[in-house]
Design a binder for this molecule. Structure first.
Ligand SMILES: Cc1cc2nc3c(=O)[nH]c(=O)nc-3n(C[C@H](O)[C@H](O)[C@H](O)COP(=O)(O)OP(=O)(O)OC[C@H]3O[C@@H](n4cnc5c(N)ncnc54)[C@H](O)[C@@H]3O)c2cc1C
Length: 379
């Protein structure tokens, strides 16, 4: 068993970290205030090969492992978890297309997705169905030319901002087997968006409802086979969960690093606050928890890479554990900053706000426990 990163993996991490510190971190607060991420950022990430991290090289992707991808998200989140998490969604969609689309669709869509000239969004959740995603109601009626879509998707990251939407829609019976995945290009008549959601965190990412009103798409926009969409959507989620966990990890590590520096500077009762043993123990606990989270996350990624039969369970366990650990750590970091932690200038309160949603999306942490418990009980 070898826990060390290879030279190549270390180089990938360092490249992502350097890019994040130079091109993302200095702007993260402004982008949050503006409620959007400049589109010019994405092609730069595409150039680094980050648009299709685990898309096959044949399709123009980087062909990296899931473990490699977690390194990229961990490193980019050290600059801004909101930006990094948005890139994760694009990657998740790109991988779905690479894994399940026809050669013709791949040839049509992936080249621009790999340069991030085209930004992708993932549309599964609806106003009436989140955790119970297979209860989705957005309907796609088959016509002579293709499909006519009617319904609403909720909470869509990149809604009204992205160029292409990968949507799970109902083409058949109730339940997961009646779901298909389709692509909808921005600008398609009948596609519209709700107002910008006012959110606690991830504020630089625009989140909107995506609305289909007699929205007509050609049959060529069916991704893979009819009735398989739910399976494709779930296949994307194992990797998505690892990425989100990595985003919590990187951001929490940044919080801890800056807290350590702050505590060396801040004085109380005649000494720097890092000299109080009670606080040193808290630092030690955070270090232990983050290292445990990192090891667990990388083990889960390795399981997914090697096709282990319990990979889904491990991805769920890691997502739950790492996102909760990350949130606990940044909350402690805020506390150790005292009142200054509550001020935006110190960067910690943004981390607390940004990481909170990682316990809710890509499957809530209750659903993660459900996945784990089901597998335990099935034995
Ligand atoms: C900022 C943000 C961005 C998002 N981006 C996207 C996106 O890009 N694409 C997309 O498709 N979706 C997106 N989502 C939606 C997200 O995936 C859902 O919010 C999430 O899956 C939970 O669904 P829900 O909000 O409907 O909660 P519900 O499913 O209504 O759950 C409410 C509560 O009940 C619990 N619960 C539900 N069922 C069970 C059960 N069986 N056992 C125990 N507890 C249960 C849940 O854990 C939760 O605590 C986003 C959400 C947010 C907040």
């Amino acid at each position: 068993m070898d826990f060390a990163l290879t030279e190549e993996q270390t180089a990938i991490f360092e490249m992502a970290y350097a890019f994040g510190q130079e091109h993302i971190a200095p702007h993260a607060r402004d982008w949050e205030a503006q409620g959007t991420i400049p589109k010019e950022l994405w092609p730069q990430l595409g150039e680094l090969g980050f648009a299709g991290l685990y898309v096959s090289e044949d399709s123009g992707g980087s062909g990296l492992s899931r473990l490699d991808a977690t390194l990229v998200f961990e490193a980019l989140s050290m600059a801004c978890p909101s930006v990094a998490a948005f890139l994760s969604i694009h990657n998740m969609c790109a991988k779905m297309i690479d894994a399940f689309a026809s050669d013709a669709m791949k040839a049509r869509v992936l080249p621009k997705a790999m340069t991030m000239e085209t930004v992708l969004s993932y549309c599964l959740t609806e106003p009436g169905s989140g955790s119970d995603a297979a209860a989705l109601k957005t309907r796609a009626e088959r016509t002579n030319e293709g499909y006519t879509l009617n319904g609403t998707k909720a909470f869509i990251s990149g809604g009204g901002y992205s160029d292409l939407y990968v949507a799970m829609v109902r083409t058949g019976e109730d339940g997961p087997k009646g779901v298909s995945a389709v692509l909808i290009e921005d600008g398609t008549p009948g596609l519209s968006f709700g107002g910008l959601e006012d959110k606690m965190g991830w504020r630089s990412q625009p989140t909107r409802q995506v609305q289909f009103d007699d929205c007509k798409i050609p049959v060529d926009n069916l991704l893979g086979e009819e009735g398989q969409g739910f399976k494709y959507a779930m296949a994307g989620l194992d990797g998505g969960r690892l990425n989100i966990a990595a985003c919590s990890l990187g951001a929490a590590q940044t919080g801890l690093t800056s807290t350590l520096a702050y505590m060396a500077e801040r004085k109380a009762f005649g000494k720097s606050i890092d000299q109080f043993q009670a606080l040193q123990f808290r630092l030690a606990d955070m270090e232990i928890e983050l290292q445990a989270a990192r090891t667990f996350l990388r083990q889960a990624a390795w399981k997914l890479d090697t096709g282990a039969p319990d990979a889904t369970k491990f991805c769920a366990m890691a997502k739950k554990f790492v996102t909760e650990t990350g949130s606990q750590v940044v909350d402690q970091c805020l506390q150790l900053h005292g009142g200054y932690g509550y001020l935006a200038d110190y960067g910690i309160e943004k981390l607390v706000r940004d990481l909170r949603v990682h316990q809710i999306l890509e499957g809530t942490n209750e659903i993660m426990r459900l996945i784990v418990a089901r597998q335990m009980l099935a034995r």
